[in-house]
Design a protein around this ligand. Structure first.
Ligand SMILES: [Mg+2]
Length: 412
């Protein structure tokens, strides 16, 4: 049975322990059983409205008794983050429970432009005025900190607005990307493991593939989905595929129930797919144009993103001109590359993007090589036998493809 496989159970609250004021079927009994077996048990919730104490009281009413330390609310996690970052003056868009948790951690709650950070939670009593004030503070230089990025959450009467909807409003108007504290971000999972030894067998149980299972898998923890429907994803590489699906927590004790462990692929889970182009440009001596990028220090083919209204061919000609001042023309397609193992790129912001890149064999028309100082450290034409290193390995393969499929002359 699944209960035997783990030492620490991280339980989502909404949809796993309760829905509204009602405990989920089997939840209270299962939690009592886990406690009797001496298992570690922590509640891990993105609900920013409640402080840990309020959550503890709420669970007590359902005959679930946990220590305050075992209740990891996103409000407390946000307070921990603020303290870690040395942020003192905080503007809070949310409930008194969220404000209390942040104040208890030693931060000052402020309501004006002196805020170093704006924390966005949720409260039924918020007004558009509160959102507008938050936007002003962010525009004034405050960090935008999202307790979570969930757009909505389930209630007995249907889905209700969650913090993420408000964060997106502030993000859209201010242009500022948020720092996200709650699931599926890594931060709250790291916090939830605190105090347990490295070799503790941890599992996350939640009802959202996009929040609970994705977050668990990012944190290298198996994820069990509570759902009455089977889930299907287009590829086995999908981080949201659970290691098991159960109808409710009582399934943890079913003898016949076992996990089918999901295999983590070799790339971080991307948040978007974008269309990109790459240029394989040969000079008259059949040498390949390579650039050394400022952002990662690697040598690479000139690449860039396709813009709205452009064709791929126009995009590749524009990118090369912008980066090197060389005018080129497109000869033919070398290949289209999409494998996430090579095409998911991570940025300093923590964001990962998957690119679908069309690589074109190109010819020089005119111009002199002048580097765009903002993006490029060095550039030059190199023979395939003497490519500078380190070089993006995928690009070496694309050049090889060009050789094998189209143009053997470049290896002469
Ligand atoms: Mg949930």
């Amino acid at each position: 049975m699944i209960a035997d496989d783990f030492d620490l159970f991280l339980l989502d609250a909404d949809g796993v322990i309760y829905i509204g004021d009602q405990p989920c079927p089997g939840a209270v009994e299962a939690i009592h059983k886990l406690q009797k077996q001496g298992k570690g048990l922590r509640v891990l919730t993105n609900d920013s409205r409640l402080s840990r104490l309020e959550m503890q009281e709420r669970l007590n009413m359902m005959d679930i008794h946990l220590n305050k330390e075992d209740i990891i609310t996103v409000s407390w996690a946000t307070a921990c983050y603020l303290v870690q970052q040395g942020i003192q003056n905080v503007q809070v868009v949310g409930t008194d429970g969220l404000k209390r948790e942040i104040a208890d951690a030693g931060c000052r709650i402020v309501n004006h432009l002196s805020a170093e950070a704006v924390v966005v939670g949720f409260s039924e009593n918020l007004t558009l005025f509160d959102i507008q004030e938050a936007i002003q503070s962010v525009n004034h230089g405050a960090y935008l900190i999202a307790t979570n990025y969930d757009v909505s959450y389930p209630t007995p009467s249907g889905r209700q607005i969650a913090s993420g909807s408000l964060v997106r409003m502030i993000e859209a108007v201010s242009g500022q990307k948020p720092i996200i504290i709650g699931k599926p971000s890594l931060y709250i999972f790291q916090l939830a493991r605190n105090g347990f030894p490295e070799n503790t067998r941890v599992v996350m149980i939640g009802d959202s593939p996009d929040i609970d299972i994705l977050g668990a898998h990012r944190a290298n923890i198996p994820g069990i989905l509570v759902s009455s429907h089977p889930v299907h994803y287009p590829t086995p590489r999908d981080y949201r595929i659970p290691d098991a699906v159960i109808e409710n927590l009582s399934s943890l004790f079913e003898q016949s129930f076992h996990l089918k462990f999901w295999q983590k692929p070799d790339f971080p889970w991307p948040s978007a797919i974008k269309v990109a182009v790459a240029a394989l440009l040969l000079d008259p001596n059949r040498q390949v144009l390579l650039i050394k990028r400022k952002d990662n220090g690697y040598w690479a083919l000139p690449t860039g993103k396709m813009e709205l209204g452009e064709t791929l061919e126009e995009a590749v000609m524009r990118e090369v001109y912008e980066e090197t001042s060389l005018r080129i023309k497109v000869k033919h397609l070398v290949g289209i590359y999409s494998h996430p193992s090579h095409q998911v790129l991570s940025y300093n912001s923590g964001e990962s993007i998957q690119f679908v890149t069309s690589c074109f064999l190109c010819e020089l028309v005119d111009g002199h090589l002048v580097n765009d100082q903002s993006e490029i450290l060095e550039s030059g034409f190199f023979h395939v036998s003497s490519f500078p290193q380190p070089m993006v390995s995928a690009h070496q393969k694309w050049i090889q493809d060009a050789l094998e499929n189209h143009d053997r002359t470049i290896y002469d």
